[in-house]
Design a protein around this ligand. Structure first.
Ligand code: NDP
Ligand code: 8X3
Length: 260
């Protein structure tokens, strides 16, 4: 096995109760990383904490809050003990799509949900954690979960795509601003990953959600978790800036081959 450079470090993962965030928590726990897990669903986080601590002998701290509420972001992160504030790794992952509709047919509640979670919540988390990372004087890594939707906008995905274009823009600016500091910034852009994502997008309609992954062998959350683990475990001097990752038959957000 490759050298483990992350054992004993601290990772903060937003959106850790499902999909990519949950799989990343499991993968990093397996590598001996202590975890701060954030999401709104407390019961899932509690169960995850119990399992990971028991199975891997690591420490887990759960923070139950909505990333859209800046006061709660500040209150929760600032209330961490000094030892927990020494965060080495941030996986800024919490996000969602709601609806797949023509731009002029979106209702503003759904627009607000996507913008408030994927852009504002994303900013609130990074903005609060970066000063903590700078204070540690250690080499830290921020992994921002963007999307292939942040490279090419597809029909009926205007708002979601815009939020992921924003993740890409902010990641680029962040990386440049931190150029003389010890913080690496990676923007991972996954394609189709079979998680809770489509069920949320289609408001619980399982048939519509399953249809997204029909005729193609999609990625799974564990595939992205392995990629995150690879990135954060690199030698200190190596930074992956951008990384698109798709299933075999997906070229980008709009070009997907599906078997009939
Ligand atoms: P899931 O729906 O499985 O997971 C989303 C996670 O985000 C959950 O843990 C959810 O927790 C959390 N979350 C959502 N809203 C909030 C909020 N307001 N406050 C706190 N946590 C929140 O989807 P994925 O794992 O697929 O999505 C993770 C990220 O990956 C997203 O940013 C998504 O855009 C991105 N992505 C997904 C792709 C895919 O095909 N699946 C492809 C490319 C990118 P809870 O509900 O408990 O709060
Ligand atoms: C999620 C992948 O292609 O459905 O970001 O937008 S896609």
């Amino acid at each position: 096995m490759e050298e483990n450079r992350v054992k004993g470090k601290i990772a903060f993962i937003s959106g850790a109760s499902s999909g990519i965030g949950k799989a990343t928590a499991e993968k990093l726990a397996q590598m001996g990383v202590n975890l701060i897990l954030c999401a709104r669903r407390e019961n899932i986080l509690n169960e995850l904490k119990e399992n990971l601590e028991k199975q891997y002998g690591i420490k887990v701290k759960n923070l139950v809050f909505d990333v859209r509420n800046y006061d709660d972001v500040l209150k929760n992160i600032n209330s961490l003990d000094d030892e927990w504030k020494k965060i080495d790794i941030l996986v800024n992952n919490a996000g969602l799509a709601v609806g797949l509709e023509k731009f002029y047919e979106y209702n503003m509640e759904d627009v607000d949900k996507m913008v408030d979670t994927n852009i504002k919540g994303f900013v609130y988390i990074a903005n609060t954690i970066i000063p903590l990372m700078l204070a540690t004087d250690k080499v830290c890594t921020i992994v921002n979960i963007g999307s292939v939707a942040g490279e090419i906008a597809y029909p009926n995905g205007s708002i979601y795509c815009a939020t992921k274009f924003a993740v890409r823009a902010i990641s680029d600016a962040m990386r440049s601003e931190l150029i003389d500091k010890k913080i690496k910034v990676t923007n991972i852009k996954p394609g189709l990953v079979d998680t809770g994502f489509s069920l949320v997008r289609f408001r619980g309609d399982k048939e519509k959600a399953d249809n997204v992954y029909k005729g193609i062998d999609p990625l799974y959350a564990e595939d992205i978790a392995d990629t995150v683990a690879y990135i954060v475990n690199l030698p200190e001097k190596i930074q992956i800036t951008d990384l698109s990752i798709t299933p075999l038959h997906q070229a980008n957000a709009i070009h997907i081959y599906k078997e009939k």
